[in-house]
Design a binder for this molecule. Structure first.
Ligand SMILES: *Cc1c(COP(=O)(O)O)cnc(C)c1O
Length: 412
């Protein structure tokens, strides 16, 4: 096991990997630094962000909601990016980097499937073969996303080891990479993992904050408060990064409060006493682990917020007090999703609805001063299978039963 001081954010981060992975991580770091200095790379990425992803994503004033809550609320509509969430920013950047490095194959891990879809799409766009590792439990639960990845031509490999979820998919991807890095790039999906991944992912996601800064400046203001949901932390750090140097900008990260306070019922790493320092999957951070270092179960209604760890930079900024962490429950997220849908015509992804829920809560407590921007990291169409099952269970049940019947009666 190798450790150096590179890639640390206070005591978090680092590069805790098997010897064999040291070389590809070094190679990746060099290539990334070069790419960031290469005007051709930057130009090509910009062109694709515009023509393919649809950037810049809009910033809108939520007029109705602002009036109803007596606050001034704006939404960065990041979920309007292609594939429906911010994940494409990182996926596209990394796949382009892989190409520049001369790699001929891309692998990725995915939990709920959002990062898998984004990577599969980016690979299809850039003509790269793509393998996505996915825990078989996740793959069973998230069939629509598996279908999406396969439509984009990716091979989805079901991982049957361990709990058959995200952490097992990461382990499997790392195992593949250790034996294939000569021709393969591993596209990691959030601002975590061994250095240099937290820096790479933040850099590619920082387009969210850069645009927000320009868009608010055009409207003549600097935001007083920024709110983002935090799973691994990539949308949050990308959104916050352009404003970190300005101490007047208040930043709030929202974790998944799930359905209760007890261990296993939520995924709160920062705004809770129960998390610990641990070294897992190549980096040091705050994790939900027991006294023996075993990863605890987590729960969130949103598939993207139930990761047991948090990106190292966010962990350090949280401990320093630069970012305030709080939580929203499943119920609060659902209520916020309905509120913004009904009053603003904007459908938040369940993850992003956690950020919206905190904006509502603070406004109701009269503690949301000045101008607030919520990052809507994703749009909610992807969640219709989950929200329908909760909000209109009976209708949804008969729809699914009818669908099953139709499926069996027709053969296309
Ligand atoms: C994956 C995902 C998240 C959580 O991931 P971060 O790395 O914390 O951003 C949040 N929102 C959406 C829509 C996602 O797909």
């Amino acid at each position: 096991m190798n450790v150096d001081r590179k890639g640390y954010f206070d005591r978090f981060g680092g590069r805790y990997v098997a010897e064999i992975l040291y070389q590809p991580l070094e190679e990746l770091e060099r290539a990334f630094n070069e790419a960031m200095e290469d005007p051709l790379f930057i130009e090509e990425l910009k062109r694709m962000q515009h023509q393919y992803v649809g950037r810049p994503t809009p910033l809108m004033k939520a007029e109705n909601v602002s009036r109803l809550l007596d606050a001034e609320i704006y939404i960065k509509l990041e979920g309007y990016a292609h594939t429906g969430a911010h994940k494409i920013n990182n996926a596209l950047g990394q796949v382009l980097l892989a190409k520049k490095m001369g790699k001929t194959r891309v692998i990725a891990e995915t939990g709920a499937g959002q990062h898998g879809i984004a990577t599969a799409a980016a690979c299809a766009h850039l003509g790269m073969p793509c393998v996505v590792y996915m825990g078989s439990t996740d793959a069973d639960r998230q069939q629509p996303n598996v279908a999406g990845m396969e439509l984009y031509g990716a091979q989805v490999v079901r991982v049957e080891s361990g709990s058959k979820t995200l952490k097992d998919a990461v382990n499997e991807a790392l195992r593949d990479w250790a034996g294939s890095f000569g021709e393969t790039h591993y596209v990691l999906g959030s601002a975590l993992g061994p250095a240099p991944y937290p820096d790479i992912v933040r850099t590619f996601q920082s387009i969210i904050g850069k645009e927000t800064k320009e868009q608010t400046a055009e409207l003549g203001f600097i935001p007083d408060t920024l709110i983002a949901c935090v799973g691994g932390g990539s949308n949050a750090i990308g959104f916050f990064s352009s404003f970190l140097a300005d101490d007047a900008v208040n930043m709030i990260g929202v974790e998944a409060g799930g359905r209760g306070e007890k261990s296993g019922e939520h995924a709160v790493r920062m705004s809770d006493e129960s998390s610990r320092d641990a070294i897992i999957q190549g980096y040091k951070s705050r994790f939900l682990v027991d006294e023996d270092g075993q990863v605890l179960n987590t729960h969130s209604i949103s598939a993207g917020l139930d990761y047991p760890g948090i990106g190292p930079q966010l962990a350090s900024l949280g401990e320093r007090g630069r970012i305030t962490f709080t939580r929203a429950s499943d119920r609060e997220a659902l209520d916020a999703l309905k509120f913004f849908a009904e009053h603003e015509g904007v459908l938040f992804a369940l993850e992003s609805a956690h950020a919206a829920a905190v904006a509502i809560k603070l406004a109701q407590q009269k503690s949301l001063k000045g101008k607030t921007v919520i990052n809507m990291s994703g749009r909610g169409e992807k969640d219709l299978f989950i929200t329908s099952a909760v909000l209109r269970k009976e209708e949804w049940r008969s729809f699914l039963l009818d669908e099953l019947k139709r499926l069996e009666e027709t053969d296309v």
